[in-house]
Design a protein around this ligand. Structure first.
Ligand code: SF4
Length: 322
């Protein structure tokens, strides 16, 4: 459904440096699959999501959504892309036009991209809003009359009303209160059942949410995917030290034994000055001098759909920590 090959997104800075926001990312999503893209701020995950829909220009590489070569699309072709692929952003408030009723906000995409009009348009919009838990008395309200969770439901309705094949969700619950986050996660979980053919790329820094919603996960660090695999395998047996560190910081119920906390030293390096060798070696608790600081690790295959970009990824679990 979605295929990304060797994607680079580099930005020049006024000081003459180059920000390597995304650096050689490859990722494939099968139809109906939900894949989580996780990493710290500045890892490049949001840039990947925006590049898929040409909201940020790629420097090089290939992006295919179905049979569409996204980077080669003409302006006219972009209309097709907008029907095939939709994005939901973190902050629903700034995503909605304050002067438009929510009915109009959801109808707009259909008016711009389809021939649907009149009663058929009205019915489709109303049904979509109701299916998102917004009954008819809400449909002529403006965004400021809704709560944060209700606004995010409108954004989800606006994306789904076009029946897209691909949905990119960029931290869709991060700006919401915790209780509202749970409701929206429930809505997104239901989508897995009601729209089994919808392919989703779920961008988040929250590993618990990724585990709840996704089939596979890809972990990003400084513009590169450093580990990728089925969610349960990566959570049960992480092979990259960065993934282990992230997982060791996830809160668990007190009765559950948690792995020892791995505290990373130092800050994430600047993407204008990516360390030589393995980009993670300046913070890695098991980095080996002479190897990790000079030789960039290639992805190590660890099974079907499973790989990690570490020189020691195929060693037995925990062996490197001793
Ligand atoms: Fe750490 Fe070396 Fe593996 Fe990089 S290659 S993650 S520095 S052990």
């Amino acid at each position: 459904m979605l295929s990304i090959r060797d994607l680079d997104v580099h930005f020049p800075t006024p000081a003459g440096h180059v920000v390597r926001a995304v650096d050689g990312v490859s990722l494939t999503l099968k139809p109906g699959e939900t894949v989580g893209l996780v990493g710290e701020s500045g890892s490049g995950k949001t840039t990947v999501g925006k590049t898929l829909l040409r909201l940020v220009p790629a420097t090089s590489g290939e992006i295919r959504i179905g049979d569409v070569d996204v980077r080669k699309l003409s302006q006219r072709g972009m209309k097709t892309l907008r029907r095939k692929a939709q994005i939901i952003f973190q902050d629903p408030h700034s995503s909605l036009n304050p002067r438009m009723t929510i009915r109009r906000a959801v109808a707009e995409g259909l008016i711009l991209n389809t021939d649907l009009r009149g009663a058929a348009l009205h019915t489709k919009v109303s049904d979509m809003l109701v299916s998102m838990g917004l009954p008819p008395q809400f449909h002529d309200r403006f965004p400021h009359e809704l709560s944060g969770g209700q606004k995010q439901r409108v954004c989800i309705a606006r994306a789904l009303v076009l029946d897209p094949d691909l949905l990119v969700l960029d931290e869709p619950t991060s700006a919401l209160d915790v209780s509202v986050q749970a409701q929206i996660l429930g809505v997104l979980k239901d989508l897995r059942l009601t729209r089994p053919s919808l392919t989703q790329l779920f961008i988040s820094h929250n590993l618990a949410v990724i585990r709840f919603l996704c089939d596979r996960v890809a972990v990003m660090y400084l513009g590169k995917i450093v580990e990728e695999g089925p969610v349960e395998q990566v959570f049960e047996d992480p092979r990259h030290p960065y993934t282990r560190a992230l997982l060791s910081a996830v809160p668990v119920p007190s009765a559950v034994k948690r792995p020892d906390r791995i505290r990373l030293t130092g800050d994430i390096p600047s993407p204008t000055n990516v360390p030589k060798g393995c980009a993670f070696h300046t913070r890695c608790p098991i980095a080996e001098k002479g190897t990790c600081d000079t030789v960039p690790p290639a992805p190590v295959p660890l099974g079907p759909d499973r790989q990690a970009r570490c020189h020691f990824a195929d060693q037995t679990k925990g062996a490197r920590d001793e």
